[in-house]
Ligand binder design. Structure first.
Ligand code: CP
Ligand code: NVA
Length: 308
């Protein structure tokens, strides 16, 4: 296992499979009220440059339930906000905590942290990827369909960080992904090429109807990600016609499910009837952030780095 999780492709297919299995196990233990303090006495530093509900609460609660502790750190309260270098901060933090989770505007900042940190670094969302979200999404899909391989997934909307991790994970999980987005908002070419080079099946189309036809899973995300607020008007215009509506879900068929990482904007990327409808698994998906994060934390922090 790699020391860090910066990209979903830091995991192998087998490691992803193990994490999904352990997440299901941890979910069972929690529901049965059985203790699972696998990280007793360990601390996780959580650095958030951007807002968060799910990522913060699931990591913080997850560490508590594993017998450990999490520190919420706002960069403006750290010396990093006054110019202390990442390479110094990362080395200092590594002397105190067993792992570091970072949500950052620039993916390169997380890479720099990982380069200088001697403890595992986890990407809690960057401008490039959101690997933790996709592990939870895959758990949710596997719970529902009992498998990932051979399924047809459709992404409708912005080819952004969450989409990128879903594109890359196709190389690990064996599903076929079709992405429908306006030309300017397709996932970056290098991400698609990387996924295909690793064995992923990714098709890019423009029309949402072409992506969702016969899909098992329809996924979307906000049209205006954190940090992109300046382009909001242009984006709302470009994405008109990309709302996941009941009519679009009908093209996928009655067995299809709907996923959204949340927060959602009803009337923009998704219609209220879809997110509140019987095909929506969004709250199971949000819950699974907790179980998958715990599994990931145990995998990354539950042993000595460099140990057996
Ligand atoms: N899906 C997700 O990462 O949500 P938060 O921004 O609330 O953490
Ligand atoms: N694409 C969204 C995901 C939020 C969890 C963003 O980056 O804001």
């Amino acid at each position: 296992m790699n020391k860090d999780l910066l990209s979903i492709l830091d995991l192998s297919a087998d490691e992803l499979d193990v994490i999904l299995g352990e997440a299901a196990n941890l979910k069972m233990l929690r529901k049965a009220g059985r203790p699972h303090e696998f990280l007793k006495g360990k601390s996780l530093a959580m650095v958030f440059e951007k807002a968060s509900t799910r990522t913060r609460i699931s990591f913080e609660t997850g560490m508590y339930e594993l017998g450990g502790h999490a520190l919420f750190l706002n960069p403006s309260d750290l010396q990093i906000g006054r110019g202390e270098e990442i390479r110094d901060t990362a080395r200092v933090m590594s002397r105190y905590v067993a792992g570091i989770m970072i949500r950052a505007y620039h993916h390169e900042h997380i890479e720099e942290f990982a380069r200088w940190s001697s403890v595992p670094v986890i990407n809690g969302l960057s401008d490039r990827e959101h690997p933790c979200q996709i592990i939870a999404d895959l758990m949710t899909i596997r719970e529902h369909f009992g498998k990932l391989s051979g399924l047809r997934l459709a992404w409708v909307g912005d080819g952004n960080n969450v989409c990128n991790s879903l594109v890359l994970a196709s190389a690990l999980a064996g599903y076929d992904l079709t992405v429908a987005s306006p030309d300017r908002f397709q996932p970056p070419g290098e991400v698609v090429e990387r996924a295909r080079a690793a064995g992923g099946s990714v098709t890019l189309v423009r029309e949402p109807g072409d992506a969702v036809a016969d899909a098992h899973v329809v996924v979307t995300d906000t049209w205006v990600s954190m940090g992109e607020e300046a382009g909001k008007a242009e984006r709302l215009k470009a994405f008109s016609g990309y709302t996941v509506t009941p009519a679009l879900m009908r093209k996928a068929g009655p067995e299809a499910v709907f996923l959204h990482c949340l927060p959602a904007h009803r009337g923009q990327e998704v219609a209220d009837e879809v997110i509140e409808g019987p095909q929506s698994l969004v709250f199971d998906e949000a819950e699974n952030r907790l179980h998958t994060q715990k599994a990931l934390l145990v995998k990354l922090m539950g042993r000595e780095i460099g140990g057996p």
